[in-house]
Design a protein around this ligand. Structure first.
Ligand code: FAD
Length: 277
């Protein structure tokens, strides 16, 4: 029995090589007995088939699979069709997001915020889906203010979400404070920390810049100082992220959701160091 509930996030591969690599990753992570695994969705439907194919491939192994679904750039009709397709395959778990419109892609779509997508899913499908939404302990980069972002988070939970997964963070206090503040707004669903293993300095800085996650200065400077020494980057990254996870586990968080980037080694090593087997 794992001391903590784990879930893993993948993205839909674009090539056969990517499909094979993801199968190998899943096989390596399966012994950790995740509660579920999820697969991302390209805003505007760009990975729609890939998300479905990946989720069905995962479900074949008897593992609960949750497709992500974003509403930006999509019509209600196309969202309804996707929901019906998932239902027809017996998929009952979904991660509902607004998404980000790729630059150059025209219309925002019929639903503007994730809260509207959650309400739409509930109106269309009742209690069929277990719905997850996104949470931002360091606040969403486009939010007007921290308090407005918290209120918007509470709004989408009240629209019918069952639980939330956070954007990744390296500062546990931001998460603890966010959870406390959300509870004061009446949010009582589990808020599961999203965990980003550190394996690559430039990729980490690029992602963090885009999504508004802070990489503490001492972590960034140490990583930068390793230059091309990937071994040292990985070893330091494992120490930092395992330490963060241990603090979260000690505080009895409801689970850990790993952004695997379709790789197994870092996620598996961290989970094993935490005592998962
Ligand atoms: P929302 O909850 O709608 O919030 C977006 C912004 O609008 C916030 O600033 C919020 O404060 C504001 N807002 C919300 N409601 C209102 C309102 N009524 N009035 C005014 N402002 C409002 N992206 C993908 O494209 N595909 C994925 O598969 C994907 N998976 C993700 C999984 C997780 C766990 C996380 C944390 C993020 C994921 N993302 C994904 C990224 C996500 O789509 C982006 O962060 C996006 O910018 C916001 O999505 P959201 O669902 O949080 O939006």
């Amino acid at each position: 029995m794992n001391p903590i509930e784990l879930s893993f996030e993948f993205f839909p591969p674009k090539t056969q090589e990517g499909v094979d690599k993801l199968r190998a990753t899943r096989a390596e992570l399966a012994p950790l007995k995740p509660k579920f695994v999820s697969c991302t969705f390209g805003a505007g439907g760009s990975t729609q088939q890939g998300t479905l194919d990946t989720v069905l491939d995962i479900a074949k192994d008897g593992i609960e699979a949750a497709p992500h679904l974003s509403c930006v750039g999509s019509s209600k009709e196309s969202l309804r069709a996707i929901l019906n397709e998932y239902r027809s395959h017996g998929i009952r778990h979904i991660v509902a997001l607004r998404g980000d419109l790729p630059s150059g892609m025209g219309s925002v779509g019929e639903l503007r915020y994730a809260s509207e997508l959650v309400a739409f899913i509930r109106a269309e499908t009742g209690d069929w889906f277990n719905i997850e939404v996104a949470a931002y302990p360091e606040y969403h980069p486009q939010s007007r203010s921290p308090s407005a972002d918290l209120e918007n988070f509470a709004r989408k939970v009240k629209a019918g979400a069952n639980s939330a997964i956070t954007q990744y963070f390296f500062n546990a206090d931001a998460y603890f404070r966010f959870v406390d503040d959300a509870r004061k707004l009446g949010v009582d669903v589990p808020i599961v920390p999203g965990i980003m293993p550190i394996t690559n300095f430039s990729q980490l800085m690029r992602f963090s810049d885009m999504c508004g996650a802070e990489v503490p200065r001492w972590v960034a400077r140490r990583l930068e100082s390793f230059g091309d020494d990937l071994e040292s980057i990985r070893a330091f990254g494992l120490d930092v992220v395992t330490g963060l996870c241990q603090r979260l586990v000690d505080a009895k968080v409801p689970g850990l959701h790993f952004y695997t980037l379709n790789g197994a080694v870092a996620t598996r090593t961290i989970c094993e160091r935490l005592g998962a087997q």
